[in-house]
Write a protein that binds this ligand. Structure first.
Ligand code: ATP
Length: 430
């Protein structure tokens, strides 16, 4: 145990089945906190800690170090709070994992598919954390589950405003989470499903389709099943979107975190063979303010361009002529039914591609680069359902010369020329 120079160290001795919770102060100037396991065994959200290794947690981190057997750990630095809790739902979460694992075993035996699990609940109940835990436990016993990320506000996989799927091949890194290699990402364009619920449901169906096709050709993926993380919007159309997701993915299990009414509604509305389970939330889950959520989103975009922790990326900045790209927004403003052309429904307007004329107001917007082939009008049809191959940010628009400057992870030229505009903006302060 070598102390971290200049930092106070605090030792915690944890009894079995307890957890140390700590939060690192938010803000740029805040000091990081290091964690070290001294004796025994412990895990952070399902990933095991190595002994005598220092793990670093940056500003705003909210961490739980859980131990099944008992352990002692050191914290270096000054966390905003740090306390030990005996009251955790981890045993129930582990049992959930065990039940899912039984289903995978049975699937293996009977040549069936493994469990498809949807995790639902209001904001700040630990949905993402439970997904991470179940995925890490599954991969630790040799499974290859898929994470489906439908939380367009706080995506764990890609930038905000997207839905995605990721095959999980190793447990989440204690500090960095899951390694994101080759995710399948679709453009949604805003941070709440409510801005275009038709599009949201359509993309959910696209993901379900791709996942099912993969399961047909990949036995491990099929047996591994999937864990679907959803948005915290559980009323009205938000609720309908959950029901839609359950049917699109043909889910077998729904885990409802801390919301009895939602649990009862889903039990009532989903087919009887779907197992709906109510689970308590952990007392450790911390509520996040609007600002905190915005900062997290911003950080996610910054990471995309500039890298994360040890890995630094050097993005490119170059000019793109308006005439070389086609920019679209998905969804036209809704108009009264009586004004719609004959034979057209509101659905059509919400999924319509609306050409965007580049102007100054494009500045700072995040644009998705669609993987759709650059083609003629006919090819426009497939754009909504095409995954994206990357993102750029408009940093300047010159309407005189008809040129915009963009920040891009790769050098010029753009791999494709169909761009989809997000409501989301990113101001590059570096
Ligand atoms: P959202 O509605 O934004 O999707 P969520 O329900 O997915 O939220 P999480 O992101 O899983 O919630 O958790 C919120 C925060 O609480 C995260 O920063 C997470 O690290 C932290 N957290 C979760 N469980 C614990 C715990 N047991 N102890 C301490 N912190 C925790």
């Amino acid at each position: 145990d070598v102390a971290v120079p200049g930092k106070v160290s605090t030792r915690f001795d944890l009894e079995k089945v307890t957890e140390l919770r700590f939060e690192v102060e938010a803000g740029e100037a805040a000091e990081q906190v290091e964690l070290e396991l001294l004796t025994g065994m412990a895990e952070v959200f399902g990933s095991e800690l190595n002994r005598n290794k220092k793990y670093t947690f940056g500003p705003g981190s909210k961490i739980a170090v859980f131990t099944w057997q008992g352990c002692s750990v050191n914290l270096y630095g000054k966390p905003e709070v740090a306390y030990v809790s005996k009251d955790t739902p981890m045993l129930l979460y582990l049992n959930t994992h065990a039940a899912l694992e039984q289903m995978r075993k049975q699937a293996e035996r009977d040549n069936e598919r493994g469990p498809r699990v949807m995790v639902v609940g209001p904001s700040d109940v630990g949905k993402s954390t439970l997904c991470r835990l179940l995925l890490s436990y599954a991969v630790r016993v040799g499974r290859r589950p898929t994470l489906v990320e439908l939380d367009v506000g706080q995506s764990g996989v890609s930038v905000p405003g997207t839905v995605s799927a990721l095959c999980i091949e190793r447990p989440a890194d204690v500090e960095e989470g899951f390694s994101v290699q080759a995710p399948l990402v679709y453009h949604f364009g805003s941070t709440t499903p409510g801005t275009n619920i038709k599009l949201y449901n359509k993309l959910t169906s696209c993901l379900a389709d791709v996942f099912s096709r993969r399961c047909e050709v990949n036995r491990k993926a099929s047996v591994g099943g999937c864990i679907i993380n959803t948005c915290g919007w559980v009323k009205g159309s938000g609720y309908q979107a959950l029901v839609h997701c359950a049917s699109a993915f043909e889910v077998d299990v729904v885990l409802v975190l801390d919301h009895e009414r939602l649990y009862n509604e889903l039990k009532r509305d989903l087919p009887h063979f779907v197992r709906v389970v109510l689970l308590p939330k952990s007392g450790g889950v911390v509520e996040r303010s609007k600002e905190c959520r915005r900062d997290t989103r911003d950080e996610k975009i910054r990471e995309y361009f500039y890298g994360f922790r040890g890995v630094t990326f050097y993005p490119f900045s170059y000019e793109v002529r308006f005439s070389d790209v086609r920019i679209y927004k998905i969804g036209a403003p809704s108009i009264p039914d009586s004004c719609l052309p004959l034979g057209m429904s509101q659905d059509d307007t919400q999924l319509k591609l609306v050409p965007v004329t580049p102007g100054r107001d494009l500045t700072y917007h995040v644009l998705s680069v669609s993987s759709a082939e650059d083609g003629d009008e006919g090819a426009r049809k497939g754009i909504v359902e095409s995954p994206v191959c990357g993102f750029i940010v408009v940093t300047n628009v010159d309407t005189q010369t008809q040129v915009m400057k963009v920040l891009s992870p790769a050098p010029r030229p753009l791999p494709r020329h169909t761009l989809l505009i997000m409501d989301i903006r990113f101001m590059d302060m570096k």
